[in-house]
Write a protein that binds this ligand. Structure first.
Ligand SMILES: N[C@@H](CCC(=O)N[C@@H](CS)C(=O)NCC(=O)O)C(=O)O
Length: 216
């Protein structure tokens, strides 16, 4: 049985890579970068017709399973390759399953686009191409979902819980923190929402995040 993960750590591929690394899985890493046309070759389009990384191919006794969409890939790794023993990132209860689904869908719909705008226009694009006003507007919009997350984390903390779901680091944290890692340059968001900042720091300081990001 072979699990193949296509993509590089410095991309959305970090989501399934982080999940697989947390679980200590053996996997084959196929380092397809997002620049240079590697995602648009006929061979790659046969794997993911969308022409994007990440993609997972899971060669199982019952046949090959293909997964694309980064959140689906991360959730798949946790669900299918982890043990639901209440010790790993894998959801172990119906509530934990619901948390993984709701927080990851929420991240894609409520956070991802604006978080990427902040990353691109504050850090990644060449300085002369950045538009600070776009990052500023994204930051203002993000105050709304950040307030929701901050309140949730404060409520968790009042129950003695340090993470999004359950009493441990789970796939819900992987899915949300991998996107919010793009917003750490935002002094406004990091200072206005201290519970988010503290939780995010804890998640992205895990050695598994750094080692997954480095896979190239
Ligand atoms: N919604 C998709 C977006 C995937 C995506 O845009 N991936 C980028 C890298 S982070 C990519 O493959 N870009 C290269 C291309 O589109 O050709 C997901 O979450 O997987």
């Amino acid at each position: 049985m072979t699990l193949k993960i296509y993509g590089i750590g410095a991309s959305r591929t970090v989501r399934p890579l982080w999940a697989a690394t947390e679980l200590g899985l053996q996997f084959e890493h196929i380092a397809v970068p997002y620049q240079g046309g590697g995602t648009r070759t006929p061979e790659f389009l046969a794997v993911n017709p969308n022409g994007h990384i990440p993609v997972i191919e899971d060669f199982r006794p019952e046949g090959k399973v293909t997964v694309w969409e980064s959140m689906a890939c991360a959730l798949y790794v946790a669900k299918v390759h982890g043990k639901a023993d209440g010790k790993s990132i894998t959801p172990a209860t119906v509530q934990e399953e619901a948390d993984a689904l709701r927080w990851s869908f929420w991240t894609v719909t409520e956070l991802e686009k604006d978080a990427l705008t902040i990353l691109m226009h504050r850090l990644v694009m060449p300085a002369d191409q950045r538009k600070p006003e776009l990052a500023d507007a994204a930051e203002q919009r993000l105050r709304v979902p950040f307030k929701v997350l901050n309140a949730h984390l404060q409520a968790q903390s009042q129950m003695g819980l340090s993470y999004l779901s359950a009493n441990r680091f789970t796939i819900a944290d992987v899915c949300v923190a991998s996107v919010l890692a793009w917003t750490t340059s935002s002094d406004l968001l990091m200072s206005e929402f201290p519970a988010v900042k503290a939780w995010l720091d804890t998640c992205i300081k895990r050695p598994t995040f750094a080692s997954s990001r480095k896979l190239a």
